[in-house]
Design a protein around this ligand. Structure first.
Ligand SMILES: NC(=O)c1ccc[n+]([C@@H]2O[C@H](COP(=O)([O-])OP(=O)(O)OC[C@H]3O[C@@H](n4cnc5c(N)ncnc54)[C@H](O)[C@@H]3O)[C@@H](O)[C@H]2O)c1
Length: 270
């Protein structure tokens, strides 16, 4: 009986706590939406960017260079890395280390350096300091016909990053931050040919804009970054509406035909 009373007590107290914090965090989110957030200083921080030889990786590297960070750049494409190195030097970066590495090859990753999630994380945890950024995709939040393999890898990326973020909270390592980036199509070449039916609601994004939003999310410790904003609406409705309604919603947004005219990048970008 005592146990039951104890459980009841916990139930009421914990429910009250849940309600109070729910209201508090909602208000906090609304305030943060309207008031510009303080940005953290990353000068002197070591920033490792995988896929830095092109597209988003290169743009994010250039942005971090202008903020005074020390850069460790990885890519499978050495020519792309060389071009990125040139551009970050133009931004005034003095400490830049480039490594050719195939991130899909576990041996190669371990050979190139000790800088992987696995090798970085213990040091971050020890210092209770660091920031893990996972560039996933809107395809990591909702399935897309014709993109099953890509969606599987991006769902995995989101799940992994989210779980590690929760592990940091569980271990009281709140100095190790996480940002999970889920953009819709970006005009980098990777998804060349893919169209969007309603560009006002779901525009193909410009790489510069995405890179700037990623930097802003990192500097303000934003956990989820969905781009464009309409994705927040789509994601929320996914959990609320019947599957068949989701299907007609996807038809309405042209999702069933996203990949029809897919060409991808025709030649390597340098
Ligand atoms: N472009 C889009 O429409 C889009 C949309 C949502 C998410 N994303 C994601 O954003 C990230 C960046 O995409 P992007 O558009 O800048 O692509 P991108 O092709 O311009 O750049 C990817 C870079 O990764 C490098 N790379 C590829 N495989 C590698 C490997 N195994 N090891 C090391 N480097 C490797 C490439 O050489 C290239 O320099 C990707 O994770 C992509 O899935 C892209």
């Amino acid at each position: 009986m005592r146990v039951t009373a104890h459980l009841k007590m916990n139930f009421f107290l914990e429910t009250l706590r849940l309600i109070v914090f729910t209201i508090y965090y909602h208000l906090e989110a609304v305030i943060k939406f309207f008031i510009p957030q303080k940005r953290k200083d990353v000068s002197g921080e070591i920033v490792l960017i995988t896929g830095a030889g092109s597209g988003l990786g290169r743009l994010v590297a250039v942005e971090f260079a202008s903020l005074g960070a020390s850069l460790v750049l990885w890519d499978i494409n050495l020519d792309g890395l060389t071009e990125t190195k040139k551009q970050v030097h133009e931004q005034g970066a003095s400490r830049v280390h480039c490594y050719q590495c195939d991130c899909s090859d576990r041996q190669a990753v371990y050979q190139v350096a000790e800088q992987t999630y696995k090798a970085f994380l213990p040091a971050m945890i020890e210092k209770n300091h660091g920031h893990l950024v996972s560039v996933a995709s809107s395809a990591g939040l909702t399935g897309v016909n014709g993109l099953a393999d890509y969606c599987a890898s991006k769902f995995a990326a989101v799940g992994f990053a989210e779980s590690v973020a929760l592990e940091m909270i569980a271990d009281a390592k709140d100095g190790v931050k996480t940002t999970i980036v889920c953009p819709y199509f970006i005009n980098t070449g990777m998804f060349d040919g893919c169209g969007t039916k309603w560009p006002r609601f779901l525009p193909t994004l410009e790489p510069d804009y995405v890179a700037k939003r990623i930097i802003s999310a990192i500097l303000t410790d934003q956990v989820y970054l969905l781009l464009p904003r309409s994705l927040y609406f789509i994601l929320a409705s996914k959990g609320l509406i019947p599957f068949k309604q989701m299907v007609i919603l996807q038809m309405y947004f042209g999702a069933f035909n996203f990949m029809d005219a897919f060409r991808g990048r025709e030649k390597k970008k340098v």
